[in-house]
Design a protein around this ligand. Sequence first.
Ligand SMILES: Nc1ncnc2c1ncn2[C@@H]1O[C@H](COP(=O)(O)OP(=O)(O)O)[C@@H](O)[C@H]1O
Ligand SMILES: [Mg+2]
Length: 248
Amino acid sequence: MIELTDVHKAFGNNHVLRGVNLTVESGTSMVIIGGSGTGKSVALKSILGLVTPDSGKITLDGKDVTTGDRDAFLARFGMLFQGGALFDSLPVWQNVAFRLLRGSLARPREEAREVAIEKLRRVGLKPDVADKFPAELSGGMQKRVGLARAIAAEPEIIFFDEPTTGLDPIMAGVINDLIREIVVEMGATAMTITHDMTSVRAIADNIAMLHDGVIKWTGPVADMDNSGDPYLDQFIHGRAEGPIEAVR
Ligand SMILES: Nc1ncnc2c1ncn2[C@@H]1O[C@H](COP(=O)(O)OP(=O)(O)O)[C@@H](O)[C@H]1O
Ligand SMILES: [Mg+2]
């Protein structure tokens, strides 16, 4: 469904993506792992068109993502941004219903609010959270609100950028389980970025490891432990020694 072919992207002389090839099948959950600063977020943003690759091709259902109606394209996606990216000045329900209050997906305000409350409930938050502001919530609750926003318009494809970073292990486990449940129940295609190996095992059908601007290894999560790939082994076991230089 989503295919990246020989995607390159540099910022000045920082060559971040150096020929990324990756296929994500419809209805599956792909997790991208890799050290910080390797270009995981840039890769996701390239699919959405928030970053323009220098060369290469990205297709969704065989069609180039840079062609066609932009609003219709984006309406198929939900995204949980790294760091949450909630709007501080909007109450929680308007954050969750953001896409439902404007553009091609716009619905009457009351209806949008009801959807927001239903999605908040889906991620384990009570209706009284709807009228609070993001700053009044804990980190874990903010992540849940971000998750509720990502699923509010029932997208076919959901991107999760570091969904558990900054959370304690128990809250991270709750978010991982929620992501897995939601993806299965919605039949959505998911792409998740994480360096939390617990998250990988909880969420992934397939994994891809990004290093030195390319996908070093990709395959089913079940094959991860016996891949024979020194880069992947070093990463999943968190070893200081190996082909990946620890000093960057
Ligand atoms: N808009 C931008 N302008 C300049 N450099 C950027 C931009 N976005 C990302 N980068 C650089 O690209 C590299 C990869 O970033 P990123 O994809 O965010 O890494 P990560 O794998 O941690 O998500 C980093 O060196 C970062 O500084
Ligand atoms: Mg990132």
